[in-house]
Write a protein that binds this ligand. Sequence first.
Ligand code: UDP
Length: 245
Amino acid sequence: MSVNSKLYEGKAKILYTTDDPEVLLADFKDDATAFNAQKRGSIKEKGIINCSISSKLFQQLEAHGIKTHFIDSPAPNQMRVRAVKILPLEVVVRNIAAGSLCQQTGLPLGTLLQPPLVEFYYKNDLLGDPLLTRDRLLLMALATAEQVDTITHLALQINDFLIGFWQQCGITLVDFKLEFGVDSQQQVLLADEISPDTCRLWDIAEEDPNRRVMDKDRFRRDLGNVENAYQEVLQRVLKVVEATN
Ligand code: UDP
């Protein structure tokens, strides 16, 4: 497999075509952005850390019957993935109220959400990624009704698995964002990444609301020790994966 041309550059990854039209190469960057790219920075080794965590989680999810775009990881910050058409949706699953949910509803930070909440946002930087209703999503033809049902079911299944996985790491899964793609056979696959950039992860052993944060909120809210937190998440993931293999 040789790398051909740059297909797309996003905020956290660069996608390259390969000799195989069904396969793309994702190169994870150290660049970090927040608040619709108004805040910009860089987190040392983030590309390697997020690619490694995502690779392990995709492998674990595949072993639990969830289809993902993951093929393999030819370098620490690179992932070979199946070429899919990404649906322009950010699918957010929430177990505990935080972030925009608290800001928009007034629910106190830390409120337990049972059953978990599945939300769809329109992936559109110009519009600021607005929250969608099911009817708006269908009106805009961002996905079919069948795809919405499939994605909702998959998101809840993935949440069930991830809650348990992160718990083994000593981490509470507060919320996270998923993206899905459609392959050439019209199959819906989990795509993008699952990492401290896309999940809120709280250290179970820490009660202090700032010290417990092990995810991108450390960067968003200038809490310091961002690299250390990301490294710690990776080390715990590797330990749990090693113990389960
Ligand atoms: N999230 C993400 N990318 C986005 C928006 C949100 O990965 O563009 C993740 C975020 O890290 C959190 C979850 O989705 O784990 C819910 O984010 P929220 O809607 O609360 O928005 P935020 O407070 O991050 O702006």
